[in-house]
Design a protein around this ligand. Structure first.
Ligand code: CNA
Length: 278
């Protein structure tokens, strides 16, 4: 990180400077970009963390390569590995993390412009962030349909199949049914592309718990204006964040980072109270 260039919007590249900026009222259009790292403390493994990530633990599924479990052409041939995994990831089993409650707190304070998430666990909604504020860039388990004729499929039936680890088939054409989560080789939802100009309109960007390794999502932080502060709360440095004068890196566990930020903001009790209610 080039510390020689002074930030132009913040007074420093610290948590305290970020808190001061938010408290001044200047950050009233916050865009948040998240990934699997915000759900690991809920017990849902991410993809790419060494040892604990899903990709490191897929050996038992006998996949030709790890990403195959989310590859649409592989799914057509062999849907079983995906349904084995879906059984583990299916919403309803996990409690939102304190980081999810932080997103809800931003919403309650009227500061959240949009939340872009790559997660498919629906924990943002469970934490109370309203639907119209969330862009589920990689879809979610909220809807399911036939991959051939696109006919929608009932949620309760899908739930039964996932619990029983059986493979649902379309009632009209017998095609394979899949939750509307975006696989490799599939288009992102239209709403993602419609919302893509929002990072440029934001006055604060917060990136949390993502390796920023999947495009086009990974390009979102780059669309934020040069003098708009970008905060990274992640275990590791990713996506070139830290490279601009107004970037602030809060490295480590994101729940810890969120708590430290809320301490600096004087929001800690509100945060914990919100989280206790989830
Ligand atoms: P990823 O590539 O696995 O990266 C996760 C990132 O988060 C890494 O940089 C980790 O270092 C970091 N991280 C992990 N735990 C923490 C923590 N407690 N605090 C701070 N940082 C942490 O996951 P991405 O989301 O970047 O990759 C995109 C994929 C993952 C999307 O398509 C998702 O659908 C997919 N995914 C989603 C879930 C979910 O819905 N919870 C789970 C697993 C994978």
């Amino acid at each position: 990180i080039d510390e020689s260039v002074a930030p132009s919007t913040l007074t420093g590249r610290t948590i305290e400077a970020v808190a001061e900026y938010i408290k001044s009222g200047a950050a009233d259009k916050i865009v948040v970009m998240t990934g699997a790292g915000i759900s690991t403390s809920a017990g849902i493994p991410d993809f790419r963390s060494p040892e604990t990530g899903l990709y490191a633990n897929l050996a038992r599924l006998n996949l030709p390569y790890a990403e195959a479990v989310f590859d649409i052409s592989y799914f057509r041939e062999k849907p079983e590995p995906f349904y084995t995994l879906a059984h583990e990831l299916y919403p309803g089993k996990y409690r939102p993390t304190v980081t999810h409650s932080f997103l809800k707190l931003l919403q309650d304070k009227g500061l959240l412009l949009k939340l872009f998430t790559q997660n498919i666990d629906c924990l943002e909604r469970e934490a109370g962030v309203p639907d119209d504020k969330i862009i589920e860039a990689h879809g979610s388990f909220a809807r399911q349909s036939c991959i051939e004729c696109k006919a929608p499929y009932a949620e309760d039936e899908m739930k039964q199949h996932i619990e029983a680890k059986t493979i649902p088939r379309c009632h009209s054409c017998q095609g394979l049914v899949k939750p509307e989560i975006v696989f490799f080789g599939e288009q992102l939802p239209a709403e993602f592309f419609r919302a893509r100009e929002l990072p440029a309109e934001s006055n604060l960007a917060i990136v949390i718990g993502t390796s920023l390794s999947v495009q086009p999502f990974a390009s979102l932080p780059g669309m934020v204006q040069d003098d708009t502060p970008r905060i990274l709360l992640n275990k590791e440095r990713v996506g070139g964040l830290g490279g601009r004068p107004d970037d602030v890196l809060i490295l480590g566990d994101c729940d810890d980072g969120v708590r430290r930020l809320c301490d600096a903001l004087g929001w800690r009790d509100e945060l914990e109270a919100l989280w206790a209610k989830t």
